[in-house]
Design a protein around this ligand. Sequence first.
Ligand code: C2E
Ligand code: MG
Ligand code: MG
Ligand code: MG
Length: 289
Amino acid sequence: RAKTGGRARIDVFDSHLRRQAMILMRTEADLRTALEQDQLCLYYQPIVSLRTGRIAGFEALMRWNHPERGLVPPNDFIPLAEETGLIVPMGRWALREATQQLRVWQERFPHPTPLFMSVNVSGRQFRDDDLVQVVADLLASTPIPPSSLKLELTESLLMADPEQCRALMQRLRDMDVRLSIDDFGTGYSSLAYLHSFPVDTLKIDRSFVQAISSGQGNGAIVQVIATLATILNMDAIAEGVENAEEAGYLSDIMCKYAQGYHFARPAPATIVEGLLAADLAPDAVSTPS
Ligand code: C2E
Ligand code: MG
Ligand code: MG
Ligand code: MG
């Protein structure tokens, strides 16, 4: 009897695994279709200068416009895209799309310091794709200042193979492209390495920003990271700023940039264009920075 029970359990387990595998295969096929049929799109979230209060740049965030499921957030498909390697062509698409959009906005909304665009790059894309060549081609065909293109890398990507990573980063930096560390403080990057990477920006993870106003902690970590950035001659961007208290604190400690629902949610290009136009309205114009 015990044997039969075991067998039955294994059958249930098998069919569960089979179903999981089917779902994954189905999603992978769907994802391929998404790429081929233009179902992917980019939302843009403004990044604001805390000194001027104006939009300084954007982060491009991928969405999947699924014919049945509707708008699918990246956490529901990027992991699978990474696993299957589809992230490589998807990431390349995102880079091109975001760069072309930036070109349009830089032309339409000239700023003393040109607007920048920050694009997320996954580990697999960084390692597998010829990212240096992809970026070089992009800059050759799209006339933007290379320094207005920023790539967001994660700490785990940096630490997986620090030597190789540093070499790749240096080649990008030699083209004057800027590099950020995303979700800084949540990974395991060592400070010893940090200062040897050609990084321009630390993005302070939302969890530390939340602590400013949540009552469960304070802004100590945010302040430490912002100070670290200053000492290392980098910029800091606070992620996930949701209220005026957090924004005020960040401004007080001279954090350079902020991003979050308090300022603007990620939105399609047409909506963001409205924000840019309002940002340039006469009463919003401040002295050139
Ligand atoms: P991330 O790069 O850390 O992006 C910031 C995330 O925080 C975005 O989630 C954004 O919508 C969200 N966010 C912004 N402000 C606030 C706020 O005030 N409160 C809260 N609660 N959330 C806020 P999203 O768009 O769902 O993206 C999730 C993650 O997916 C990204 O985290 C990034 O790791 C990844 N991702 C998005 N687009 C791409 C892409 O094109 N390529 C790759 N490789 N990864 C991407
Ligand atoms: Mg990011
Ligand atoms: Mg982030
Ligand atoms: Mg984050």
